[in-house]
Design a protein around this ligand. Structure first.
Ligand code: R5P
Length: 312
């Protein structure tokens, strides 16, 4: 079965880099919008019998990018693709993995159902908000991790008196993973989310006084979590030399201004989503090209992914 790489419009530079690494040309695809706002797309080359990988993070605008991926999958299925995999460097709706109150939808479960219903036979994702999301998918989910790459990016920033900080309870296991790789202790900020863009901190566990914090998280959205964590860390006597590492830098609303106002020395994130144009953060972008190309190559040739997976 020959390999085809199809790019949605959410992150074409990453898709092109992956295709180049694999030595294949992107399959040409028309993606347009009808006057009434409907998306319309058409593959411009045959994918019949081929092993097709659709590269599309469901990053903001999340509904456009998600529907585009569903339509691409449907087009490939109807065009006779032999095997169909979505490569989603960032998975939107992942934070809606439970009902926090009454009468809510579980968005992550619905998105997983829609992806499987579109004809996708496999999904590849990177540093999901929660590893338990795998259980929502009726098709195999390959959960890759960029943590080893990001830890290497942060290694030159840290010293023996640094501390890895989980900015909320959900990030504790992630922080432990970074701490293991960087041989550092862990502190945990106890966050309560008040709304989509507002959080409150109840306290902090662990020794941060006189230490330089390295905050780690799966994603930066509005920056509210990081802002609150930094205020807590400074009040607890940390050194004002703070590093921030996140797998997905969505940087929505006024996140860039919020983070620029903090004593953040360095920030590292992957290129899972496109960087907002002209943003001025001291951001070191860690490319996912090699990781995702390796995963595709191994899936294509039915070889093990185990050393690339999040639980490795
Ligand atoms: C929440 O549990 C996530 O891990 C992130 O901490 C959060 O989604 C970041 O969002 P924001 O930047 O808007 O606070």
């Amino acid at each position: 079965m020959d390999l085809s790489i199809v790019a949605g419009s959410a992150n074409r530079p990453l898709a092109a880099a992956i295709a180049q690494q694999l030595g294949v040309a992107l399959t040409p695809c028309l993606i347009e919008r009808f006057p009434d706002g409907e998306l319309h797309l058409a593959l411009q080359e045959s994918v019949r019998g081929r092993d097709v990988y659709l590269i599309q993070p469901s990053s903001p605008p999340v509904h456009d990018h998600l529907l585009e991926l569903l339509l691409l999958a449907d087009a490939c299925r109807r065009a006779g693709a032999g095997r169909l995999t979505a490569v989603m460097p960032y998975l939107g709706y992942a934070r809606q993995d439970r009902r926090a109150g009454g009468r809510e939808a579980v968005g992550a479960r619905l998105v997983a159902t829609l992806l499987a219903a579109s004809g996708l036979q496999r999904v590849v994702a990177v540093d999901l908000h929660s590893p338990a999301l795998e259980g929502f998918f009726d098709v195999p989910l390959e959960h890759l991790s960029a943590v080893p790459l990001l830890a290497e990016a942060a290694r030159p920033w840290v010293t023996a008196d640094s501390v890895v900080v989980a900015p909320d309870l959900g990030a504790v296991r992630l922080a432990e993973r970074y701490a293991g790789l960087l041989h550092l202790p862990v502190a945990v900020v106890h966050k309560v989310r008040m709304s989509g863009a507002a959080v409150r901190v109840r306290g902090i566990t662990g020794e941060v006084r006189g230490r330089a914090p390295l905050i780690v998280d799966d994603m930066i959205s509005t920056g509210a979590t990081v802002e609150a964590a930094i205020a807590t860390l400074l009040a607890a006597g940390c050194r004002p030399e703070i590093g921030l590492v996140a797998s997905h830098a969505l940087l929505v609303e006024d996140a860039v201004e919020r983070l620029l106002a903090q004593p953040l020395r360095r920030v590292a994130a992957t290129d899972s989503v496109l960087e907002p144009p002209g943003q001025r953060l001291p951001l070191q972008v860690v490319g996912l090209r090699a990781l995702l190309a390796a995963a595709i190559e191994r899936l294509h040739t039915n070889r093990s992914l185990s050393d690339l997976l999040a639980y490795a």
